[in-house]
Design a protein around this ligand. Sequence first.
Ligand code: URP
Ligand code: ZN
Ligand code: ZN
Ligand code: ZN
Length: 514
Amino acid sequence: MDFDLVVRKGNVVTASDIWYDCDIGIKNGKIVAVACSLPAQDGVGVIDAEGAFITPGGIDTHVHLSQMYEASVSSLMKTQITNGKIPDLANYTNDTYETGTRSAVAGGTTTVITFASQLRNDESLVPVLEEYSKLADGQSYCDYGFHMILSNPTKYILENELSMIVEKYGITSVKIYMTYKAFQLRDYEILDVMHAARRVGITTMVHAENADVIDWMTEHLEEQGMTAPYHHGTSRPPIVEAEATNRAIVLAELMDTPILLVHISGAHATKVIRDAQTRLLPVHGETCPQYLFLLADSMKKEGFEGARCVCSPPIREEPADQEAIWTGIKNGTFTTLSSDHAPIIFDHPDGKQRGLAHGGGPQGKFQYIPNGLPGVETRIPLLWSGGVLTGRITPQKFVEITSTNPAKLYGLTNKGTIGPGFDADLTIWYPQEGFKPFKLTNEMLHHAIDYTPFEGIEFKNWPRYTIVRGKLVFKEGQVIGKLGYGQYQRRGKSTLSGPRDQWLSEWRPVYPMN
Ligand code: URP
Ligand code: ZN
Ligand code: ZN
Ligand code: ZN
């Protein structure tokens, strides 16, 4: 057997095992051999991984790049998008496919699933997919796929276009919102989406927060002058997430269809998901590093500074919530850990802070702050350093939730583990012995954002090499991959769970013949 590249003597981690002192042989972008000792060959590239862990390349399945989040903007604006560039910073997440995937590979991530987002006035998904394909095509350092956000699930789209996105684009997941004025669906519409998703066999991702509670609380907080960034959290305590999580599970149970609750932040919602899983419902949970490593004091800052850490659901007050998220990782409640990278520049060149209007007054108004945090580059190092190296989780659990499960849940059948036949997507760490811990500063990161919520956190290791389909794309702090090397991934269906054909009444879905 001749190889293109051999990685020598690493400690290879999969979701089930660690093989110490192991060689990996790579040919044509695939892993072709994993062995105790592969024969030396002339002229073959070698990476020395002696004393270092090797984990499957990170798969980040929740990333917002060049995504319009303000749906009131006319779709005419979208036609101005050319050649991967966006017309203005306003209303878009500020990492493009270029800067976002550059940041991904620099943090050990080899595949991202980003969002193609239908806006309220889009009557067809075809132009939406054309738009996002144009943004991403030739503009990515790592492999990528799309989820489809549905904010206007018309009969036409559900009956005619949902099967099209599965068959033509290999998109096997949709995301829906129970909150955000521009995207929010009523329960009736959620049932419509789940009904159609079941028919075509795809997974529905749900952003679960109770929108009416949030709106009511926001209005009443404003009347009382409680508008500082920190009160974003006051307006939506954990029960607001838990109620909507429960409601989403009820709707999914009624429709007998698999769902994934995205970015779960609190103990209460975690318990709701766990209880559903105990009943064997096909319900999955996702959480993110911000809920493991930050607390709400990150929003309690002078003036408007706390706006940097405003996301939904909010970073929680109570250490008990954080602890429950760790427990949910350990006991399997969370299938995946993703970044929810939603990158928005804090100090805009045009003088605005954090995108939209500040809202006035010394502390601004939290309801105008675009939600979301950058984190695609820090996800893998944070969980390795703060989870594995602190003994909170095993290396195998790390691999399971950052790569193997994401691949299975979203049908990336060539990815997610280290074994013969799989894509050679690898993260190679520094040997632990002799690694000098360092405190993160934003200047070390490769995104286009002017801050990181994880500033000052100490890292006990960091990916040394990132390999995407056999190519070294990141080496010792430098992105050396070629822009455009990343390939679009058509995905298959989830291999984790599907409908169970168990019903709550005599009703059954009847689908038209096609
Ligand atoms: O605050 C967040 N999470 N913003 C990103 C959009 C979303 O809801 O996932
Ligand atoms: Zn601006
Ligand atoms: Zn969301
Ligand atoms: Zn998100």
